[in-house]
Design a protein around this ligand. Sequence first.
Ligand SMILES: *[C@@H]1O[C@H](CO)[C@@H](O)[C@H](O)[C@H]1NC(C)=O
Ligand SMILES: *[C@@H]1O[C@H](CO)[C@@H](O)[C@H](O)[C@H]1NC(C)=O
Ligand SMILES: *[C@@H]1O[C@H](CO)[C@@H](O)[C@H](O)[C@H]1NC(C)=O
Ligand SMILES: *[C@@H]1O[C@H](CO)[C@@H](O)[C@H](O)[C@H]1NC(C)=O
Ligand SMILES: *[C@@H]1O[C@H](CO)[C@@H](O)[C@H](O)[C@H]1NC(C)=O
Length: 417
Amino acid sequence: MGSRSHIVVAVLSLFLIYSTSIPFQYLDLPGNYSLLNGTNRLRLGFNEDAILNFTGLTSKYGYPTEEHTVTTEDGYILTLFRMLKREHCGKPIRSPVILMHGFVDTADTFIIAGPRIGLAYLLADACYDVWCPNHRGSRYSRRHVTLDPDKDAKFWNYTYDEHGMFDLPAVTDYVLDNTRSKKLSYVGHSQGTAAFFVLVSTRPEYNKKFNVAVCLGPIAWFYNTYSPLIRLAGKFTRQIQLLMHYTGVYELFGPTQPLVHVVEFLCQYIPKGFCGTTVFVLAGQNPDNIGQKTLAAIAGHYPRSSSANSLVHFGQMLTVDKFRRFDYGTENMKVYGTPEPPEFDLSRVKVPVALIAGKRDWFVSLKDVDRLNRSLPNVIDYYIPPEQDWSHGDFVWGAGAPRRVAPKILQYLKKYG
Ligand SMILES: *[C@@H]1O[C@H](CO)[C@@H](O)[C@H](O)[C@H]1NC(C)=O
Ligand SMILES: *[C@@H]1O[C@H](CO)[C@@H](O)[C@H](O)[C@H]1NC(C)=O
Ligand SMILES: *[C@@H]1O[C@H](CO)[C@@H](O)[C@H](O)[C@H]1NC(C)=O
Ligand SMILES: *[C@@H]1O[C@H](CO)[C@@H](O)[C@H](O)[C@H]1NC(C)=O
Ligand SMILES: *[C@@H]1O[C@H](CO)[C@@H](O)[C@H](O)[C@H]1NC(C)=O
């Protein structure tokens, strides 16, 4: 595809996100979309896995889970899921592992492809104590002690800066306390890796709490992304912010925005043509690695709630080639005490880090990961699966993941965990 058609696709997708969400925000649709509730969606032939939530999915496949909540310093109430399947394991169970999802995603990403592919299942099979948190604003963590996500713009005033500075410390300390462990291991996908780098570079005392960090489709520098949606956001960050301001819509892909339901609906019937394209607009498409049933299931879970500011932050990373905090423009002085946002200092990341990146990952280009590899002081491995068409979703959803990614992760966890 030429660059012009990328732009067209991107313009169309941004138009869809906003044009379909804004008017409906103000319409009181009858019955809370009851036409598309679980029962009716099943009747219409939806893939059941598109409808079930984390707890429902894991119990369907014979993996009981526990739900935990933790409140961050700044009042966000986060949900964590813990895999409980233990009968096949001796005692004691292996050390805790946190699996952290990416942008407009949730913990569902680690189970949605089913027990043979989903990383949470594979690590539970290998007897690790698996914890899957959901960052602030995402479907399972759309709660705050005082703020209302449906009314308060302030609730959505975050990006991966806050995931790293507030969500991850809360989650890490909670898991360590709960399991009475001194250390845990970390596996992040996409933005979940940027949040990790933010955590240990801004709060270096956290270095000693991790055995190892495995980074799938890692993000720090982002200048060379090919993602059409992000490239567009990079061109129009100012306009997106104005749009947010004037429409009062600060949430991206929220549950009351019909777009996500339209996408989910169409994906049930034309998974490859339609859903593949939606995923591609965000992350790049690998047409054969992600099965049709998995695509239909994914559509019920991704993309979902996050802050529009997160998209703006990614956009800013294309304007200035730096891994740095959110740019508040004229307010930087007030927030940071400097006219420009501060950069993250990766030399402070002492935790052993393994990088796994894909050759055809449109979201995260190898050029940017190469730079990350050169900038981190303690890279234990930088692995690139040999497949020419390995893309951003393949780490968590791809049929090749159990062959390429899981064995590597198990190897790092065993060696360092
Ligand atoms: C929609 O859901 C909210 C919260 O669950 C409830 O308070 C409200 O009454 C519902 N509206 C309709 C029309 O059912
Ligand atoms: C879904 O909505 C239908 C009516 O459209 C209703 O009969 C059914 O009970 C609802 N199911 C659930 C689980 O809410
Ligand atoms: C998952 O779905 C079940 C059934 O609809 C519901 O009872 C439960 O509260 C949900 N759990 C979460 C974490 O959303
Ligand atoms: C968002 O947060 C920044 C920094 O904490 C603050 O300066 C700004 O006023 C906030 N904006 C809103 C809309 O809450
Ligand atoms: C990663 O960085 C190291 C040290 O800077 C270098 O030796 C190695 O070749 C790099 N790996 C790749 C795949 O570029």
